[in-house]
Write a protein that binds this ligand. Structure first.
Ligand code: SF4
Ligand code: SF4
Length: 107
């Protein structure tokens, strides 16, 4: 039987498995900076991010990857941050963003 090409494909499953154990490296990031768990992904930090203007860097997206246990290229992405601290002043949840980014950049 021949396989037909309908011009589209099935996407990878993106459901979050809450029972899956998070990699130890990422668990340590949350242990060292617990405020990262307070992020509600409102996007305030990304709206005024100095690095975001040049590189498309968005901290909260990085944090979502961490919370899903995804480690791929995390450190490389985190290195885009200039550590200016503007995001810190706009965060309604008091997330210590710079410390979180520094921890992620060391992974
Ligand atoms: S401003 Fe704070 S709460 Fe909002 S997305 Fe950024 S880190 Fe998360
Ligand atoms: S500290 Fe980093 S994430 Fe925060 S506004 Fe500055 S460049 Fe963006």
């Amino acid at each position: 039987m021949s396989v037909r090409d309908f011009g589209y494909s099935v996407s990878d499953q993106r459901a979050v498995d809450l029972d899956r154990k998070m990699p130890d490296e990422l668990e340590r990031v949350y242990l060292q900076e617990p405020s990262l768990r307070n992020c509600i992904a409102c996007g305030n930090c990304a709206a005024l991010c100095s690095a975001g203007s040049f590189t498309g860097f968005q901290f909260y997206r990085l944090n979502v990857l961490v919370s899903r246990g995804l480690l791929s290229e995390l450190a490389k992405k985190a290195e885009a941050c200039m550590l200016c601290g503007k995001c810190q002043m706009a965060c309604p949840r008091g997330v210590n963003i710079r410390h979180g980014i520094m921890l992620m950049a060391q992974l």
